[in-house]
Design a protein around this ligand. Structure first.
Ligand code: MGD
Ligand code: MGD
Ligand code: MO
Length: 698
């Protein structure tokens, strides 16, 4: 293995370039110092235009995580009752032989579809997240996992409007004259965009945050617009109303590069600010003014992130907002446009890495509905029950919706569960085998980004901690043991990285192995700044920005931008709202990365789970700041400390997430009250579309 060679080099400090592996738009370039085989510091690459020499609060602690005393260092086999957390160390050979023979027996009895992989973005690396692992499950014919848990609703929405997952270039922000941070907690979730936003502001651009919560980001903006959750499309439609009403559109751009302008005009005419006001909870006059501000600016930068699409109408909301720059022609100018994701520009050779052709006929299971899949005889989709679950790069016991259903499923005595992990998570507690995986300091990888346009290489800095192995190596060894075609498991990680770069697509021209090795990162072959739609060139069937979408119509959805209300917007679900009147948002806590880092003491800071409520809502319930409360609905409940602050709008409760069950007093977390519903597009989760009540803990 390549990883074994580097770390033995003795004594003098060595500097190793890497990539932050976490699920975050920033994908930082890191520089790790190693002395005598031990990593002694990690910092952000000062030369990288986006990393700009700093790391976030979490990844600054990456060495604490890597060398944590609770790191898993050896394969473990369950020896006590399921879920009791009693395990005994075993050798790799014993573990892998037994896993292979048990998986084989399940294939023989129930068919390969009885095996379900469960993975997400614990690491975003192409090699450790979507290469040998995928080949293994595809060749086996295992159930295919629909990886919908984060971004598919908005991603599909963007595809419907613009046809590709690319957007405005954040590095051009200095030239923007209006910045809308729309459903994004930038300082927490995308901090490396912030310096660019400050450049825009220094040049005179107002920065406006549209969010039901006055986050630390909203605090730093010129204005906070406390919108009601899930009503963003109504706001965007009313902005369009004002733009058309006042003749602020760019007719030339619309004529050349958009489809359905006339129909959109009619739709927008139905959305006066007065109509949108009670829905969005924003004053009509402020909505009108926002429409004017947007319509009269030259290059407004709209940063949407994934927060606003975690509602029933999340796909449509993103699609609707994504229409805005094409109405006013801002794509023409640096700093103008919408950015949700830049991932579409990274044209790696994904097919060669993952070989989806091999498993093309297997059934699909939506990861959002894991609870249903594990507790229904046909997994909820037809076919055999799920008899084996192989989890890696994910912590479903804490991050998946309808947590009680997930835990019920994990508790099944007849379910064979294997978990590849760094730590003994709540998911690992339910495993039959826990396999220790390497961290980013210990393996090779290559990274795309979804917030900028640089490819980053990750070189191993240290030897694997304990007996841990990279995911890629674990699946290689399992594949061989299960007698799958040997050629699928012949490439080592460096060969796979070269394969990832081999698509021949022009975006990767100049992005070579040698340059990556030397420099650590390389910009995609795109102009700087990158103006993807300055002259049209949309990726839709019509090659235009599709205000009107035949594909939406074919899905039975409104072909025009529309407001699809949250399923649990109080006025949409009055009976439910009578019992559970508060809308719960459980977006990330600043110091956690989803459920990663929760076990790092310096980041947990002795805190316990909290929820934040508006003073009026607290008063109505006779609750006071600092007391312990239970957040509940008919799906479940979780215990938190109460903070009473006017930093959330009335009717909304914020529970910063994602705590491990085992670090809370009752073992629960917000996913205990969240359902398995799906979004309008992309079959995504509806994490923030959840009504609850909050009561005193006793
Ligand atoms: N520190 C840290 N950084 C992270 C993560 C983390 O856990 N911690 N997670 C990473 C991942 S996986 C992702 S997907 C991204 C997520 O990052 P973001 O996309 O920024 O998503 P969230 O933090 O989920 O939500 C952002 C904001 O949207 C607001 N919001 C919720 N509903 C609505 C709505 O209907 N309308 C509007 N306008 N606003 C709404 C929330 O109050 C929240 O402040 O961040 C990544 N970066
Ligand atoms: N209530 C609520 N729930 C949410 C969200 C929310 O805002 N609120 N956010 C949702 C979103 S946006 C997302 S993306 C998901 C995220 O859900 P997940 O993708 O499951 O993310 P994490 O919770 O960070 O768990 C990742 C796990 O992978 C492990 N890991 C990291 N690197 C490796 C590796 O190289 N090998 C192996 N084997 N393991 C590794 C880490 O130790 C960690 O336990 O959660 C979703 N769940
Ligand atoms: Mo995410």
């Amino acid at each position: 293995m390549a990883t074994a060679t580097r770390p033995d080099t003795p004594s003098s400090p060595q500097v190793v370039r890497g990539a932050c592996p976490h699920d975050c738009p920033d994908t930082c370039a890191t520089v790790v110092t190693v002395v005598d085989g031990k990593a002694t510091s990690i910092r952000g690459d000062a030369d990288h235009p986006v990393t700009a020499g700093f790391l976030c609060a979490k990844v600054n602690r990456y060495l604490e995580r890597t060398y944590h005393p609770e790191r898993l260092t050896t394969p473990l086999r369950r020896v006590g009752p399921k879920g009791s957390g009693t395990f005994a160390p075993v050798s790799w050979d014993e573990a892998l032989d037994d896993i292979a023979s048990r998986l084989r027996a399940i294939v023989d009895t129930h068919g390969a579809e009885a095996i379900l992989p469960y993975s997400y973005a614990g690491t975003m690396g192409m090699i450790q997240a979507e290469s040998v692992d995928r080949r293994f499950f595809n060749a086996l014919g295992a159930s295919r996992l629909l990886r919908t848990i984060c971004s598919t609703a908005g991603g599909e929405g963007l595809l419907m409007t613009n046809g590709t997952k690319v957007g405005a270039d954040g590095e051009a922000l200095a030239q923007s004259d209006l910045v809308l941070l729309w459903g994004t907690n930038t300082l927490t979730a995308n901090p490396h965009l912030w310096p660019f936003i400050l450049q825009a502001r220094a040049n005179g651009a107002p920065v406006i945050c549209i969010d039901p919560i006055r986050t630390r980001t909203a605090e730093q903006c010129d204005e906070w617009l406390p919108i009601r959750p899930g009503t963003d499309a109504a706001l965007a439609l009313a902005m369009m109303h004002v733009i058309f009403d006042e003749g602020l559109e760019d007719r030339d751009y619309m004529e050349r590069h958009t489809l359905g302008g006339d129909a959109l005009r009619v739709r927008a005419s139905e959305w006066s600010p007065e109509r949108a006001a009670p829905i969005t909870g924003l004053p009509a006059e402020r909505i009108r003014e926002l429409g004017r501000q947007y319509g009269t600016s030259r290059a407004a930068f709209v940063r949407i992130n994934y927060g606003l699409q975690r509602h029933a109408g999340g796909g449509m909301a993103v699609r609707t907002i994504a229409c805005l720059p094409s109405i006013v022609g801002h794509w023409r100018r640096p700093g103008g446009g919408v950015q949700l994701s830049t991932s579409g520009s990274f044209t790696f050779n994904r097919e060669a890495l993952a070989r989806p052709d091999l498993g093309a006929t297997a059934r699909s299971i939506n990861m959002v509905r894991l609870g249903e899949a594990l507790n229904t005889p046909d997994a909820g989709v037809g076919g055999p029950p799920v008899q084996a679950l192989v989890v890696y790069n994910s912590n479903p016991a804490d991050i998946a919706p309808d947590r009680n259903a997930v835990l019920r499923g994990l508790a099944r005595e007849d379910l064979f569960t294997v978990v590849l992990e760094h730590f003994q998570t709540n998911t690992a507690d339910w495993a039959d085998y826990v396999l220790p995986a390497t961290t980013q300091l210990e393996h090779w990888d290559i990274h795309f980004a979804y917030g900028h346009n640089y490819v980053t290489l990750n070189q191993p800095a240290i030897a694997p901690v304990g007996l841990s192995k990279p995911n890629s190596e674990i699946f290689r060894q399992l594949g061989r043991r299960m007698g799958l075609p040997a050629e699928l498991f012949a490439d080592d990680d460096q060969a796979l990285i070269r394969l990832a770069l081999s698509s021949g697509h022009r975006n990767l021209d100049g992005v070579t192995w040698d340059r990556l090795l030397e420099q650590g990162w390389v910009r995609l072959n795109l102009p700087k700044p990158y103006l993807p739609f300055a002259d049209g060139g949309f990726g839709t069937p019509s090659k235009k920005c599709e205000f009107y979408s035949e594909r939406m119509a074919a899905l039975g959805l409104d072909p025009l931008p529309a407001f699809i209300p949250p399923r649990e917007l109080p006025e949409e679900a009055p009976e439910r709202a009578a019992r559970f009147p508060l809308m719960l948002i459980s977006s990330p806590r600043h110091y956690f990365l989803n459920s990663t880092f929760v076990n790092i003491a310096s980041l947990r800071k002795d805190a316990e789970p909290e929820c934040v409520m508006h003073p009026h809502d607290a008063e109505r319930r006779g609750l006071s700041h600092g007391e312990r409360v239970v957040v509940h609905n008919d799906r479940g409940h979780f215990l938190t400390l109460l903070r009473v602050e006017d930093s959330v709008r009335e009717g909304v409760v914020w529970a910063p997430s994602i705590w491990w069950g085992k670090y809370s007093r009752d073992g629960n977390n917000p996913n205990s009250v969240i359902g398995q519903g799906e979004t309008d597009l992309g079959r995504g989760p509806v994490f923030y579309d959840t009504l609850v009540e909050v009561s005193a803990a006793d």
